[in-house]
Ligand binder design. Structure first.
Ligand SMILES: Cc1cc2nc3c(=O)[nH]c(=O)nc-3n(C[C@H](O)[C@H](O)[C@H](O)COP(=O)(O)OP(=O)(O)OC[C@H]3O[C@@H](n4cnc5c(N)ncnc54)[C@H](O)[C@@H]3O)c2cc1C
Length: 585
């Protein structure tokens, strides 16, 4: 029984079903069967980063495993994790001899004294009760993917990886009831069998449902709210009041607070989510100039169900990706514009040529590498040399021009995206008017940011990503609004982290701090808010205080404190960052 549970747990930490399959497929891909896990054996953050080299570089998509895997000295890292940390059947956690958990990008780590993995509601209840009585810190964690490591803690942690069942599907209401340990990818797979799908997805589907909902994740689509808005009912295990059930149509004030609760009010142990009919999307990728965006923006976000812009710094190009319901698109009689077709080789040539220029690599070294792999290899050469970055960005723009065209597939496949390798990211949500009357503040903002980047010669790689959602009723969503017609734009900047060169990695980290400060300063006055999985507390005290003040202007922190003291009176679930942001320190 214990062994079985352990095995099951290991696979669920690896994102069972779709997620695990994907991570493991990536792992085995590219002739690397039997290669060492990049994080295996690593014990510190820098070792974890450096260990990535063992994969031979390039295949940085293995970074996915980094999020899902623990840094341990044992076999396949996921198993090591469970071996060392998983809860005993009596509900007591084990572990505590120095192994740690690293997030997806290897930017944050922790060494929890214990990690608990209850298998039943009763075990979870007993654990939360005991920790509450004894005042022991207990941080809920999903798949630990968040770029800022928001779920990580050096105290005790609780993962619902063992509580990962799809409990019920109501086809008539198109609702699913699921345990939060289930990965988003596996849930989509189960829903597809029943003709349903989640209304929207983030770029990846390896998150646990609990993390996905509690962090307030989002996809794109100006008429579609962030994912927490699909929650109809939630069961939450709270330290102060035990098991609490909250419903959208009853006690909406509490529900709206818990909807995007960041794991600080209770451990979500069941969620009923509104789904939509499974459908195929027609994806169209094309490039526009900045001026064309300015002219077409209002039409683009109104006409298309999902729209994403990837602005490419130091070029005039914006890659636009739209997705629409394929059946509806046909019914409305919209056609498909004819685009020039390029072979994969021709599309990748601009990046390949740049890589081959120095003579260090031979064409055969690059065979089979994807666009994201090639870009990562190029950036690894010198990701802080602005002249180099300009050339890489130009090659990327040319790649996208040659990639214009259409793709048709199920929405849960089409909406995912290859996000590249380990990275620093900052994403902020900013009010963008309404669909009827977009304010253009968001588009103007990105244009201003691009000008500043060029003026200050910031080595900004592509893309600056821009997406949209409808507003959310969740109090703590960065897209929270009482006006249901308002829309929000989510703007993200990125710097990719070299895997092997730790000095270069540290320099990129410093470079990203400067880039983030620039983003924040250009956004000043727009009251933009960071995505909760991407907020980092600046080390500069003044900037840090600004972040805290901005949080206090945007969110009702007093109400947050009151609800925290009701559901978690001893503050066992919080973290230092959340306590600082919500004024508990
Ligand atoms: C490559 C990449 C791409 C991404 N793309 C997007 C994107 O397109 N859109 C987007 O919005 N986000 C995106 N993200 C962020 C990502 O969606 C979130 O970080 C993610 O939802 C976290 O899922 P997780 O299971 O790893 O949660 P964790 O990181 O483990 O936890 C996230 C939060 O949820 C809480 N939590 C987890 N489980 C529970 C539970 N059962 N009960 C109570 N609280 C819980 C934790 O305490 C924490 O506060 C991306 C991240 C990466 C690494």
């Amino acid at each position: 029984m214990a062994t079985q549970a352990w095995r099951r747990g290991a696979s669920s930490l690896l994102g069972a079903g779709g997620g695990a399959a994907r991570a493991l497929a990536l792992w085995r891909e590219g002739g690397r069967a039997g290669a060492r896990n990049p994080l295996r054996g690593a014990r510190t953050l820098s070792e974890a980063a450096g260990a990535g080299r063992a994969t031979g570089g390039g295949k940085l998509k293995y970074g996915t495993l980094g999020a899902l895997v623990l840094v341990t000295g044992y076999g396949f890292a996921g198993y090591g994790f469970y071996d060392r940390f998983r809860s005993k059947e009596d509900g007591e956690g084990v572990g505590g001899d120095g192994e740690g958990i690293v997030n997806w990008s290897g930017t944050h780590a922790c060494t929890p004294v214990k990690l608990h993995e209850p298998e039943t509601l009763e075990e979870l209840e007993a654990l939360v009760k005991k920790c509450h009585e004894q005042g022991r810190k207990l941080r809920p964690v999903g798949n630990a993917l968040s770029p800022n490591g928001i779920a990580l803690s050096d105290h005790e942690m609780v993962s619902l990886a063992m509580m990962d069942k799809v409990l019920a599907v109501n086809k008539r209401k198109r609702q699913v009831t699921v345990q939060p340990g289930c990965s988003v990818g596996r849930l989509c797979g189960e829903l597809r069998k029943r003709g349903l799908v989640l209304e929207n997805l983030a770029s990846i589907a390896e998150q646990q449902v609990g993390g996905f909902l509690q962090i307030g994740a989002h996809g794109t689509g100006a008429a579609i709210p962030p994912v927490e808005m699909q929650v109809v009912e939630m069961k939450v295990m709270t330290p102060g009041e035990g098991l609490v059930t909250v419903r959208r149509d009853e006690d909406p004030e509490t529900f709206r607070m818990l909807q995007c609760g960041l794991g600080m009010f209770g451990v979500v142990c069941e969620a009923t989510i509104q789904c939509v009919r499974a459908h195929k999307l027609l994806e169209h990728t094309f490039t526009l100039s900045k001026d064309q965006i300015q002219k077409q923006h209002a039409d683009l976000i109104k006409k298309h169900k999902h729209v994403r812009y990837h602005w490419i710094p130091y070029t005039d190009d914006v890659v636009v990706t739209t997705c629409d319901d394929y059946t509806l698109w046909n019914r409305l009689g919209y056609g498909m514009e004819k685009a020039a077709t390029y072979s994969d080789e021709e599309r990748l040539n601009p990046l390949r040529s740049l890589l081959l220029e120095s003579g260090e690599r031979r064409p055969e070294d690059l065979a089979g590498l994807s666009f994201a792999d090639l870009r990562t290899m190029l950036l690894e050469r010198n990701s802080l040399d602005v002249n180099h970055i300009k050339r890489v960005n130009q090659a990327e723009a040319e790649f996208w021009k040659r990639s214009e065209g259409y793709r048709i597939g199920y929405s849960d496949e089409i909406l995912q995206f290859d996000c590249g390798g380990q990275q620093w990211v900052l994403e902020m949500a900013v009010g963008a008017g309404t669909l009827e009357r977009p304010s253009y503040a968001d588009v103007d903002y990105v244009r201003e940011l691009l000008e500043e980047i060029e003026f200050r010669e910031i080595p900004a790689p592509a893309p600056i990503e821009q997406r949209w959602t409808a507003s959310s009723q969740a109090v703590l969503s960065p897209a929270s609004s009482t006006d249901p017609s308002s829309i929000f734009s989510w703007i993200g900047i990125i710097m990719y982290l070299p895997l092997s060169d730790l000095k270069a990695r540290a320099k990129v980290t410093e470079g990203f701090k400067a880039y983030s400060s620039l983003m924040r300063s250009v956004l000043e006055g727009l009251e933009a808010q960071e995505h909760w999985a991407k907020i980092e507390l600046p080390s500069n005290q003044e900037e840090r205080e600004d972040v805290v003040k901005r949080i206090a202007r945007r969110y009702p922190v007093e109400k947050v404190r009151q609800l925290r003291s009701r559901f978690d009176p001893k503050n066992i679930l919080g973290s230092d960052m959340l306590d600082e942001l919500f004024g508990l320190l």
